[in-house]
Ligand binder design. Sequence first.
Ligand SMILES: [Zn+2]
Length: 274
Amino acid sequence: MNKEVRNYQEIISQVEELKSSFLVRVIGEVHYDSQHLPLYRLVSEGQGGEAVLLSGGMHGDEPAGVYGVLKFLKEHASSYMNDFKFFAYPCVNPWGFTANTGSNHLGLNINRHFVFGSKVKEVESILDSLSEGPQTYLFTLDMHETPLEGEFADANKDEALPTEFYMWENCPDKERRVGDKMIASLEQRGIPVCKWESIYKDVNSGGVIYYPEGFFNQKEYGTGTTFEAFLQVNYTPQAFTTETIDNVSLEERVEQQIIVLRAALDAKKETLGF
Ligand SMILES: [Zn+2]
């Protein structure tokens, strides 16, 4: 059994604090031994605004997504609330978060189980909550990290792992795409971005892997079992997955996640003419 390396109580406390500005719902619970870990969805208060879905912590050893979503909601969301309505799942895999593992308590990579009717608890809870929310999101953004050591690195030891930020933009309509602007927002701040020609054998366009034309290797992205692909097929024309690298401090990675999210929101504001 993995020993607990992170305390979920800290996340529970942060979510509690956000109750003054967000509707907080427990959408499910992950049970393991004596632990009952709540799964949360937070929704910004108020009417109107384009729906945007944010998520983090799909893989428990990628904490910048969890803290990135929570910090964005706490410190930045209010300045966007006239134009956007946020639906946030800050920690999709709470057990993995406490144990610092990519997989959940059953050893599953949750991000390969996004299909209707899934019996994977974390997925089932999210899908139930999605059915009650908006049926179309302006965009979705799932915050990930690429841990250079551990489960993911071990499973991909034949692959070179990027050592700088990169992302996916799953958006068949090229006119809508804003990945280049998200990358530019990092580069303007001197934050390095992966410029390899390919990442995991997919085509890397200056830091962005674009769906569908850039995908060759990661077939599951195209078949809908990742959260990103599932959302793109069923709930949004534009789904992002961002990847920070754990060779810089957690604080810096959280900041990078927020910078690219804000760049996406600003770019959408421009094109929608708010
Ligand atoms: Zn991940």
